[in-house]
Design a protein around this ligand. Structure first.
Ligand code: GDP
Ligand code: MG
Length: 163
């Protein structure tokens, strides 16, 4: 039984891009439209010698992106409760949004350890968002660029205590 890492975050922060990078196959659907991953995906990940199971939690289409639909909430809660660690992803370019804060509130009330990561952290456009992520209260965010494969070593170090 591999340890489980659940990737959680609002639509469009790059959860599926990171999942694909960790699993190394195009198992999760990545799309510009927010919340296009409709089903939860799982895969076996390998990261610098760490092996774990990774869950890409679902968002979905045809819902108001500014509210947190019940189905997403239930799926996210189920994934987080079975995980050894939740990887909470925010978008460093977009900055912290109300939905990120709402997700942060439930994660804080969960027993699962949380690792915060600021994705899309490449370039100066991410600086303000990284500061906003720090203010969420989960410590220094791991700075990631899932698309460019940056920050993998820091992610490894952040996950290591839990898996
Ligand atoms: P999800 O809804 O959280 O699963 O997000 P996706 O993985 O579908 O990504 C949403 C969009 O963000 C896509 O257009 C990705 O190409 C883009 N994206 C993902 N990671 C990065 C990154 O590290 N940097 C930048 N600039 N864009 C990214
Ligand atoms: Mg997705």
């Amino acid at each position: 039984q591999l340890p489980i890492v659940a990737i959680v975050g609002r639509p469009n922060v790059g959860k599926s891009t990171l999942f694909n990078r960790l699993v190394g196959k195009k198992l999760a659907l990545v799309d510009d439209r927010p919340g296009v991953t409709r089903d939860r995906r799982e895969g076996d990940a390998h990261l610098l010698g760490l092996d774990f199971r990774v869950i890409d939690t679902a968002g979905y289409e045809d819902e108001d992106p500014d509210t947190l639909p019940g189905r997403m909430r239930r799926q996210t809660e189920a994934a987080v409760s079975e995980a050894d660690v939740a990887l909470f992803l925010v978008d460093a370019r977009a900055g912290v949004m109300p939905l990120d804060e709402e997700i942060a509130r439930w994660l804080r009330s969960s027993d699962t350890p949380i690792v915060l990561a600021a994705n899309k952290a490449e370039g100066r456009a991410a600086e303000q968002g990284i500061l906003e992520a720090l203010a969420l209260g989960f410590g220094d965010p791991v700075q990631l660029s899932a698309e460019h494969g940056e920050g993998v070593g820091d992610l490894f170090e952040a996950l290591l205590p839990y898996i």
